[in-house]
Design a protein around this ligand. Structure first.
Ligand code: GDP
Ligand code: IMO
Ligand code: MG
Length: 434
């Protein structure tokens, strides 16, 4: 397994953190390649719940090196806080040993957060992601590798603060940026992370040449991709396979596996169309039993049936070599289960996603029904997963209706589902046996 990619196949929060933590036991490097602290990835180890926004989910494996790659946008204050939390919990500061920040990664500054906080249309996470990527594309962004060039340069701080203030004023923001403070902040970022900044693309390329395994950890999901998602209700980066190696600074030829993470139903946080969304007791069941509240902002996630049109789109763009289904346990107690297999748009049946969000908002889901299976407490699901693992039972340990649901999704998509999550814990996963 030279390099593998884990990607969200829906609108984010599919359970990427849990799978990356599991797979990280077999790799030497885990790399984030896009996005920033709009991500919220959860790893559950017994009683310990670890929520990560910037640090790769391989952090739980001491021998794993961690990279914040070229394509990321990084808020240095959030990173310091996350590292301090980790230090407090474990006594380890990875930035002194096994964490590397790409010199090409862009820096989120207070100005970016101020602009993002004005958003009223998309329902962004407000973390400054879009404005930082906008500066990158406008070729006026600040990168970690360029910090030393601007430190102590009073003219630079004056010019940048002036530009930022004119943008803030035009956007109707109240706050302003002081040149002296900006200069101090830049110096602090350099002091704090200067030693952690590296040419991470070369490091990864060397590691791959030595035969080490690298895991690329996606953030967000395919439907939030700036090009392939439900534009404009998307994030500001390319979340898909095509950008995974590029955002890590290595070439696509290294990739052996692309694992799509699919929640057994659909969720979405923020604004934008979602044809299979539910507004009834089945949707409430998914929110309540699945604890569907955002890891980053705490917002209630919108819930709906599994949407095969979405997954076909994600598979076409990403070419998944396999899929991991998560949160199947949450569907226990809903009977019948439904799956969206197409849409009805303006009286016509369609099976591909329209590019227009206005058209997607008019789409009615075409649903098929399948028998449900009973609910169980999380401890029961966890025991079931452990038993399946010990006895090599695979999916045969699951209720027959749950097995049928998995088989049906596999058949409809033509991609094997190689693991199924039945609880948040690292061990609450059943690997395919055959
Ligand atoms: P990510 O952003 O894709 O890493 O996903 P999040 O961490 O934001 O959201 C997934 C949530 O579901 C987290 O609270 C996980 O602990 C939880 N989770 C992951 N897999 C499963 C599963 O198979 N069953 C249940 N019940 N919860 C899961
Ligand atoms: P993970 O990695 C779910 C959504 C926001 C908003 C849109 C744009 O945990 O799956 P942004 O702040 O990126 O400009 O917001 O994207 N969004 C996510 N939704 N999971 C995420 O990350 C998300 N990151 C951004 O809610 O709709
Ligand atoms: Mg998340």
């Amino acid at each position: 397994m030279p390099a593998s990619i884990v990607l969200g196949a829906q609108w984010g929060d599919e359970g990427k953190g849990k799978l990356v933590d599991r797979l990280a036991g077999e790799v030497s490097w885990v790399v984030r390649f896009q996005g920033g602290n709009n991500a919220g990835h959860t790893v559950v180890l017994g009683d310990r719940v670890i929520k990560l926004h910037l640090l790769p989910s391989g952090i739980t494996r001491k021998e794993c090196n961690l990279v914040l790659g070229d394509g990321m946008v990084i808020d240095p204050w959030v990173l310091r806080q996350e590292l301090d939390n980790w230090l407090q919990q474990t006594g380890e500061d990875p930035s002194q040993s096994r964490l590397f920040i790409s010199e090409r990664a862009h820096i989120i500054l207070p100005y970016h957060r101020m602009l993002d906080s004005l958003d009223e249309k998309i329902g962004t996470t407000g973390r400054g992601i879009g404005p930082t990527y906008a500066d990158k594309i406008n070729r006026i962004g600040l990168r970690f590798g360029d910090l030393s060039e601007v430190i102590g340069d009073v003219d630079w701080a004056e010019t940048v603060a002036q530009r930022m203030n004119s943008d803030l004023s035009a956007a109707g923001a109240e706050g302003r940026i002081e040149a002296a403070q900006l200069a101090q902040e830049v110096a602090w970022i350099h002091d704090t992370f200067g030693q952690t900044v590296a040419n991470t693309g070369v490091m990864l390329d060397n590691a791959l040449k030595l035969g080490e395994n690298v895991l690329l950890e996606g953030a967000q999901g395919c439907l939030l991709d700036i090009d392939q998602g439900t534009y404009p209700f998307v994030t500001s980066s390319v979340t898909s396979r095509g950008n995974a190696t590029h955002g890590a600074g290595i070439h696509p030829g290294h990739i052996e596996q692309v694992i799509g993470i699919v929640k057994a139903y659909t969720t979405r946080v923020g604004a934008g169309p979602m044809p299979s969304e539910l507004f009834d007791s089945d949707g409430d069941h998914m929110t309540d039993v699945g604890h569907e509240f955002g890891t980053t902002t705490g917002r209630r996630r919108r819930c709906g049936w599994l949407d095969l049109v979405v997954l076909r789109h994600a598979n076409r763009v990403n070419g998944f070599t396999s899929m991991a289904m998560t949160k199947l346990d949450v569907l226990g107690g809903i009977d019948p289960l439904k799956i969206c297999v197409g849409y009805r748009l303006d009286g016509k049946e369609i099976h591909e996603m329209p590019a227009s969000s206005a058209a997607l908002a008019r789409c009615e889901p075409i649903l098929i029904e399948m028998p449900g299976f009973p609910p169980e407490p999380l401890e029961v699901w966890l025991d079931l997963a452990k038993k399946a693992d010990e006895e090599g039972l695979g999916y045969s340990a699951l209720p027959s209706a749950a097995q049928a649901y998995i088989r049906h999704v596999e058949n409809l998509l033509g991609v094997p589902i190689t693991s199924v999550g039945i609880g948040p814990d690292r061990d609450a996963t059943i690997e395919r046996a055959d």
